[in-house]
Design a protein around this ligand. Structure first.
Ligand code: HEC
Length: 192
């Protein structure tokens, strides 16, 4: 039996348990609470994102000046931007599962597609920007479906983040400094 054959039934068995606790905080008997699942998924996303930014983009572009990162990375034979890496991953996940979805958004987006759309997204982005170190959790109903939605701060972890956004012609903000909250990661888990 392959790992996949083992994992799929295991995940299917977890779903009713996830559905049973829509406030996201209640532990389930043996299941994973949506909040625990969202926090764990976000830990992986944030780590991968930081590693790519620091060890690939910032090192090769700003320190060693070997190659740059570009929105038009294919034409420019350059590295994809950290936000593009993140979006490609998120799009691939969306093709594979509907157990959760995630996006990188901001109140000051370079790309208007990355502006908040729902009330919870707007409230969450504002909250994580104003309360450093804290996450935002809420419940929302979209298209008749109930979701547990978590918002996590997306922070300027490297000089490359700040330099590129402050200098980008489409950026509505040019005063970011290292350590600032620049946006947020929204993780959404259906609970019904
Ligand atoms: C070389 C330029 C560059 C670098 C480096 C960079 N970004 Fe961006 N970032 C962009 C561009 C361009 C977009 C819009 C991408 C798209 O089309 O979705 C973007 C998107 C984003 C978004 C989504 C909202 C928006 O502005 O559209 C956030 C949040 C964000 N970046 C934060 C960061 C953080 C934090 C870092 C460092 C970890 C970083 N960026 C590094 C150029 C950059």
């Amino acid at each position: 039996m392959t790992t996949r054959q083992l994992l799929v039934p295991a995940l299917a068995a977890l779903l009713p348990l996830l559905a049973a606790c829509d406030d996201g905080a209640a532990p389930t008997s043996g299941g994973i609470a949506p909040k625990v699942m969202a926090d764990a998924l976000h830990a992986v996303m944030e780590s991968d994102r930081t590693v790519y930014t620091k060890m690939v983009v910032n090192r090769l572009m700003n320190e060693d000046k070997v190659i740059r990162a570009s929105e038009h990375f294919a034409d420019d034979k350059a590295l994809p931007l950290p936000a593009q890496m993140f979006r490609f991953g998120s799009e691939m996940v969306a093709e594979k599962t509907d157990v959760f979805s995630y996006q990188l958004l901001s109140m000051w987006p370079i790309n208007q597609q990355n502006a908040p759309r729902t009330e919870i997204e707007t409230a969450g982005l504002k909250f994580v920007a104003e309360n450093k170190g804290q996450n935002y959790y809420g419940a929302e109903t979209l298209g008749g479906k109930k979701y547990f939605t978590a918002v996590y701060a997306d922070t300027a972890v490297a000089p490359a983040c700040v330099g590129c956004h402050n200098g980008h012609p489409d950026s509505p903000r040019s005063d970011f400094t290292l350590g600032d909250v620049m946006g947020g990661v929204v993780v959404r888990i259906p609970v019904e």
